[in-house]
Design a protein around this ligand. Sequence first.
Ligand SMILES: [Zn+2]
Length: 300
Amino acid sequence: MQHNRDFDPRYGEAVELVPGVRRLTARNPGPFTFHGTNTYLIGSKRLVAVDPGPASHEHIDTILKTTEGATIEAILVTHTHMDHSPGAQLLKEKTGAPIVGCEAHRAARALLEDEINPLDASADKTHRPDKRLEDGDVFAATEFSLETVSTPGHTANHLCIAICEENILLSADHVMGWSTSIVAPPDGNMRDYMNSLDKLLARPEQIYLPGHGGRISQATSYMMDLKQHRLDREAAILSKLANATCTIPEIVSTLYANVDPRLHPAAGLSVFAHLEDLVMRDLVSATPALSLNASFNLNS
Ligand SMILES: [Zn+2]
């Protein structure tokens, strides 16, 4: 799986990607955000701000400075994670623009008995859009039409946004060039994620602008690799379980031996997402019950 980590965030500066489409990267770098969250400004005089980022006054000020003399007519949010959506409320207070896009945060499934949601702190539960955009809805902004593509998996409410006139897709955290997406139950769901990749594979856009890192220019072949990567992981998990009953840390230590140990807890969540899917497909059983701490074995 080839990732492209070549990216200059140019903090505080708007980077024009195609005429009328600019990227502003927030200064919130980290192991899960790469150099920071990308806010996209769609339009020149009357524009839509997509994913205003974390609750950062510095970043909101940069958005306001960049758009001075123009009007922000809507604030569009792709999903409710703390690095993407809390800035929407701050930007709304400054501009009066309505918040449109994803629905309020919800998990892909209910918590199981005694289950702790490992990514609870990363969810923005205060997010309330003024107008919810659903799959297939076209938001007709003044300068561009933005089509909503519902892509659950990373979160249940995740949206990608197609810029119709440009044949470009804003892929948010569903497809990123620098890394694979985090898919972690109960907020995320591996089956949904794979189905959402298939949904995008059936679309024409080849240029993707993600929520973190730089543009993806051959989306179809990249997504085929992403799919294969997950299928390989699933096969590796099944072959590890073919030899013995395993816990998630045991699987991670084999499958992610070459990965930065700081990322092992996140890798464990990804393995959990695969195992949850395998349990749902009746290929694997969890003892005593499906959880991060369970032991897993192959069904005979
Ligand atoms: Zn996210």
